[in-house]
Design a protein around this ligand. Sequence first.
Ligand code: UT7
Length: 336
Amino acid sequence: MYQSKIAGLGSYVPENVVTNDDLSKLMDTNDAWIQERTGIKERRHIKKGDGNTTAVMGVKAAKIAIERAKISKDDIDLIVFATLSPDLYFPGCGVQVQEMLDINTCPALDVRNQCSGFIYALSVADQFIKTGMYKNVLVIGSENHSGGLDFTNRGRSVSVIFGDGAGAAVLTRSNHIGQGILSTHLHSEGKHAMELSLKGPSTLHWVPEIIAENPQGDDIPYYPYMNGQFVFKNAIERFSEVIHEGLKENGLEVKDINMLIPHQANLRISQFIQKKLKLSDDQVFNNIQKYGNTTAASIPIALTEAWEQGKIKDGDVVVLAAFGSGFTWGSAIIEW
Ligand code: UT7
């Protein structure tokens, strides 16, 4: 039995900064409402012509992670790509990354678990390393939200929250048992699937049918729907539940956490969890203020920044936790 560790991290966000005031020019919203309800001050959006796509941003983050892991791209045995905003309906972004990184026929798979996507992808990578099948796995979370949001009044409760960006991690077989990813914990509850969803275009909601059924364009299923308060309530329950589950599995307690990186859904959710778990400010890392909610990219972007800022050191207990559409949720307990 082997164990995996994170050997390199990288992140990328588009240069184009979109402030709350910028959004208030497009819809009936304002800086005070957005900051009070979400903590977000600004986010990044891909700008037409800047060359970024979900796969391209993922590659930019991946190149940094590969360099920091001190391996060659040809050492990568598997790519796992998490996103809810792929460039194409099919194939997935994983194979685009394989091609863009010019890696010779390595397997690539896509994970579709929205805000929990990175934790699910990390868990998949960890299992492949634990069994000994692969040595180096590239895990990417990347999102192009701005390409698919409703920037009119109708979409304001959703579109002000989300931002674009990518993060990546190289997982490598660890020689030290007890160091690296200690465990991952995954859950889902499909009965709430429609509470945070995007119905189409899909095989049930195909484009010509959508147009035929909605000639006035007033019930458009190809923008995300979110039952915000219901999602919020479930999130705060599931976040703390799955963090406790992970700690218990490893004989750890809340006081042992050196750094919690929660999925950056809403600063109010992170603060609620922090209060519930009685964690100090330096035990929790948030950067949603700068980037908004970048779904599958939010944890690897935050993890990369925390590491770059020297907030994660060897031997630290690092906890990752996420909740989102599905509903799906999960945690990862890491000894750095
Ligand atoms: O990452 C995936 C998981 N997602 C989440 O965890 C998100 C969880 N949910 C949330 O973060 C919050 O529910 C939101 C930030 C989405 C919304 O905050 P809220 O406090 O639940 O607001 P609300 O939807 O109940 O709306 C309150 C009021 C409404 O007006 P009335 O009916 O009280 O007059 C909305 O129409 O705020 C209005 N509103 C806005 N006003 C200004 C909704 N969106 C906006 C806006 N600007 N952008």
